[in-house]
Design a protein around this ligand. Structure first.
Ligand code: ADP
Ligand code: MG
Length: 343
């Protein structure tokens, strides 16, 4: 379900082994021009290895990589129309910010005047115009990451590869940079391939994402689709909380915020799926409360409820109470139809 237009990156049967470890296991992937595409997955699932093969730093054992319709599988990194931004920035400490950004252009023998101008534009884009004369050591972590970004986009690559670029930043700065990165990507229109193990980061930034598990891609799609309709138990648990139950020969998941918790004998709505249970635990999280409910018919579900009127003392009292849970059947996402089900 790739968006329209010829793919910018087309990966087919891509495989990489290290001894007995299959780091990347025959993956297929089409990424559209201008897309913000994220590879999401736990540590060791093969994201970095895939990215490094696209960049040309690793040679695949099997499979092909096409960039803009051209097979680049055997080309060295510098002959590919891609640039990579790493987590550790890799800036030259003895050069100024401006010189760092100009460096790639200098190597490619771009004339001084044009170098100046393009580096200036790139620095403006990452809001560092005022800091061109500083050394990297005189910048904050977030600013250094922006220099690294400016240094990559100044080369006008067709594709920018980013491997956990915000991993070293603290949460607040990371969230600011997420918004900024996304808006820079829109502005420059470069295809971004972004690696992260952080599901929230993947959900907020991406046009589409691919979820990696043990060297394979388990699901690809727009964030909301992957989140609302996980196709496997792994996806359900990695992109959200797993909330999987088994009823009438079907295993399915319901997202915690789609479940309504009914207390004090409140009646469920017509047509809703209803389960009875016992509140095993309650966590007050400020804007929301998380309930862990053990179901009479087996299994356990998490419920997320907004704290519209309730205060912390009221919600915490729910522990140990009997409740009904309800949700609309269309909120159920099937993971498995089991053999011998009653349907
Ligand atoms: P991720 O980026 O998703 O954390 P990686 O692509 O780095 O995963 O690693 C995938 C698997 O390949 C892991 O099991 C890792 O240990 C292994 N691996 C990666 N690079 C090498 C290497 N250079 N030598 C040996 N094993 C490697
Ligand atoms: Mg990695």
């Amino acid at each position: 379900m790739a968006p329209e237009g010829a793919p910018d990156i087309s990966v087919s049967g891509l495989t990489k082994r290290y001894g007995d470890v299959v780091a990347v296991d025959a993956i297929d992937l089409d990424i559209a021009r201008g897309e913000f595409f994220t590879m999401l997955g736990p540590s060791g699932s093969g994201k970095t290895t895939t990215l490094r093969m696209i960049a040309g730093f690793e040679i695949p054992d099997e499979g092909t990589i096409e960039l803009a319709g051209e097979d680049v599988s055997r080309l060295p990194p510098y002959d590919r129309p891609v640039n990579t931004v790493f987590q550790d920035y890799a800036l030259f400490p003895h050069m100024t910010v401006q010189q760092n950004v100009e460096y790639g252009l200098m190597v490619r023998k771009v004339k001084r005047g044009e170098r100046r101008q393009r580096a200036g534009e790139a620095l403006e884009m990452v809001q560092l115009s005022a800091h061109g004369d500083r050394k990297p050591s005189q910048l904050s972590g977030g600013q250094r990451q922006r220099v690294a970004l400016a240094r990559a986009i100044v080369n006008r690559p067709k594709v920018l590869l980013l491997d956990e670029p915000l991993g070293a930043l603290d949460l607040k700065l990371r969230q600011e940079m997420q918004i900024e990165l996304k808006s820079i990507q829109r502005e420059v229109g470069i295809t971004f391939v972004y690696v992260t193990h952080d599901q929230e980061e993947a959900l907020t930034m991406s046009d589409r994402l691919a979820v990696f598990n043990q060297g394979r891609i388990e699901q690809v799609g727009p964030p909301a689709h992957v989140y609302e309709h996980p196709e496997s138990e792994f996806i359900a648990g990695f992109v959200g909380v797993s909330n999987v139950i088994e009823r009438d020969g079907r295993r399915y998941t319901v997202r915690p915020e789609k479940i309504n918790i009914l207390m004090n004998g409140r009646e469920p709505q017509a047509g809703a799926h209803v389960e009875l249970g016992l509140v095993r635990d309650v966590q007050y999280v400020g804007p929301v409360t998380r309930y862990h409910v053990t179901l009479d018919r087996g299994g356990e579900l998490q419920v997320l409820a907004q704290n519209l009127e309730e205060g912390s003392s009221e919600v915490l009292e729910a522990k140990g109470r009997r409740v009904s849970l309800e949700w609309r059947p269309e909120q159920e996402s099937i993971i498995d139809e089991l053999e011998g089900g009653s349907e």
